[in-house]
Design a protein around this ligand. Structure first.
Ligand code: NAI
Ligand code: AKB
Length: 359
C-alpha cells in the first residue's frame, strides 16, 4: 500500500494502499518550484517545507516508511532523503505522474504543490500553470486510478466581499489573487468530480501554517514564521504588515493532525468536501507581545508592503470551523501561548544544532 502526497506548492505525497481499507498511508510530495522564486525564496534552495516534510515524516511513522512516498522537484535535504522513499515528480508532467502511480500502486494522493499568494502575484503565469494545470493533472489521475485525493485550500480562497469575522464554510468567494482564484477552482473542481463521478476528494482550508521547518515560501503569512527566527538571532523583526493585521494561524502539528484525521474520517461523517479549520487568530503586535514574555528585548518595526498588506486586508480575520468540529471531531491543541513557547524552543534547538548564536 502506498500513499502519495504530491507537493502542492509544498508537498507531494503518494500513498500505497487506501487508508480506509488498509490503514496504510504512503506519501510523496510533488514539489516543483519556479525557476525563479523572486525575492521571497532567495535563500532557501534546499530547505524542507514545513507542511510537507513534517507531514511526511509523521505519516511515515503512522503508516510505514515504505508506504509513504515523498516527491518534489527540489533536492531534499539529507535527513529527508534518507527517511524513506523520495522521488522527483513535476506536477506538470502528467505521464510521469501516471507512471509513478501505476508502478507504485498508489492509493492516496496528497497534493501540496502550489505557488503561494505573494509569489503568485509576482508570477501569475507560473502560478496559473502550477496551481491550475498541475491540479488538473492530479484530478485526472485520481479519477482514472480511483485514488483518495487531498488538496489543501486556504484562508486565501476568500476575498473582500466574503464575511471576514468569522468566514463560514459556505459564502461568497471572490478572491483577488491568482493563488486564491486557483484554490477556489480546486475546491469547485474536486467537489464537481465527487458529485458527478464519485471521486473521494477532500479539502481543508488551512490558516497560515507556522513551523520551524518552513522557510518563507512566498506567502502573506510568512512573517509569523520569520519573527521567531529574528527574535532569536538579531532580536529585531521588520514586519511587512501593519501591527493590527489579524489573520487566522495554526501550528504545523495541528495542521498535520487535522489532515490525517480528516483523511481517515468515514465518508458518512462528511457533510462537506471542503472544510475550514481554525486554531487561533492574531496580529503581528499580539504575537510580538507573546514572544516578549520570553524574550523581552525583541524589537519589531513596521514597514507595510502594499502587495501583501492588500492581500491580508482581503482575507478573513477569523475562521468558523464549526462544521469540522461537528462532523469529524476537529479540535486544535495549540493556542498562541503554546505556539510561541514551542516555536521558540524549536528555533533555539535548530540554531544550536547548526552552531548558530542564539540571542
Ligand atoms: N504554508 C501555509 O501557511 C499554507 C499552505 N497552504 C497550502 O499548503 C500547500 C503547501 O504549502 P507550503 O508548503 O507552505 O508551500 P511552499 O511554497 O513551501 O512549497 C511549495 C512546494 O511546491 C513545489 N512545487 C512547485 N512547483 C512544482 C511542480 N511543478 N511540481 C511539483 N512540485 C512543485 C515546490 O518545490 C515546493 O516544495 C499549498 O498548496 C498551499 O496552498 C494552505 C494554507 C496555508
Ligand atoms: C495562508 C496561505 O495560504 C499562505 N501561507 C499564504 O500566505 O499565501
Amino acid at each position: 500500500m502506498r500513499l502519495c502526497v504530491p507537493n502542492a506548492a509544498v508537498l507531494g505525497l503518494f500513498c500505497r494502499g487506501c487508508l480506509s481499507r488498509t490503514g496504510n498511508w504512503t506519501s510523496r510530495s510533488f514539489n516543483s518550484l519556479p525557476r525563479k522564486m523572486s525575492r521571497w525564496n532567495s535563500e532557501e534552495p534546499c530547505s524542507p517545507h514545513l507542511n510537507v516534510i513534517l507531514s511526511l515524516l509523521m505519516s511515515r511513522k503512522q503508516y510505514g516508511t515504505e508506504n509513504v512516498i515523498l516527491s518534489d522537484i527540489k533536492k531534499p535535504p539529507p535527513h529527508v532523503f534518507t527517511s524513506g522513499p523520495f522521488v522527483y515528480a513535476d506536477v506538470l508532467d502528467y505521464k510521469h505522474l501516471r507512471e509513478l502511480i501505476v508502478n507504485n500502486r498508489i492509493t492516496w494522493l496528497v497534493h501540496y504543490s502550489a505557488l503561494l499568494s505573494a509569489v503568485g502575484e509576482a508570477n501569475v503565469a507560473l502560478a496559473r500553470k502550477i496551481n491550475i494545470t498541475g491540479l488538473h493533472n492530479v484530478l485526472d489521475l485520481a479519477l482514472e486510478n480511483c485514488l483518495r485525493l487531498f488538496v489543501p485550500s486556504t484562508i486565501g480562497a476568500f476575498g473582500p466581499s466574503s464575511p471576514r469575522d468569522p468566514a463560514p464554510d459556505l459564502c461568497v468567494q471572490r478572491p483577488r489573487t491568482i493563488y486564491g482564484v486557483s484554490k477556489v477552482h480546486g475546491e469547485l473542481m474536486g467537489e464537481y468530480l465527487h458529485h458527478k463521478y464519485g471521486l473521494d476528494f477532500r479539502c481543508l482550508r488551512y490558516p497560515g501554517v507556522i513551523s520551524v521547518n518552513t522557510p518563507p515560501g512566498g506567502g502573506t503569512t510568512d512573517y509569523a514564521v520569520q519573527i521567531f527566527h529574528d527574535a532569536l538571532s538579531t532580536g529585531h523583526h521588520e514586519c511587512y504588515l501593519r501591527p493590527d493585521t489579524r489573520l487566522p494561524m495554526m501550528h504545523i502539528s495541528d495542521c498535520h493532525r487535522a489532515t490525517v484525521e480528516f483523511m481517515q474520517a468515514p465518508e458518512c461523517q462528511l457533510s462537506l468536501r471542503t472544510y475550514n479549520i481554525a486554531a487561533m487568530s492574531f496580529t503581528p503586535e499580539e504575537v510580538a507581545q507573546e514572544i516578549r514574555k520570553h524574550l523581552p528585548h525583541l524589537k519589531v518595526t513596521y514597514n507595510p508592503d502594499s502587495i501583501r498588506q492588500t492581500i491580508a486586508d482581503s482575507w478573513p480575520v477569523r475562521f468558523d470551523d464549526s462544521n469540522a468540529r461537528r462532523d469529524w471531531g476537529w479540535a486544535p491543541a495549540f493556542g498562541i501561548e503554546e505556539l510561541v513557547a514551542d516555536m521558540l524552543r524549536s528555533v533555539r534547538d535548530k540554531r544550536t544544532n547548526e552552531g548558530l548564536p542564539v540571542s
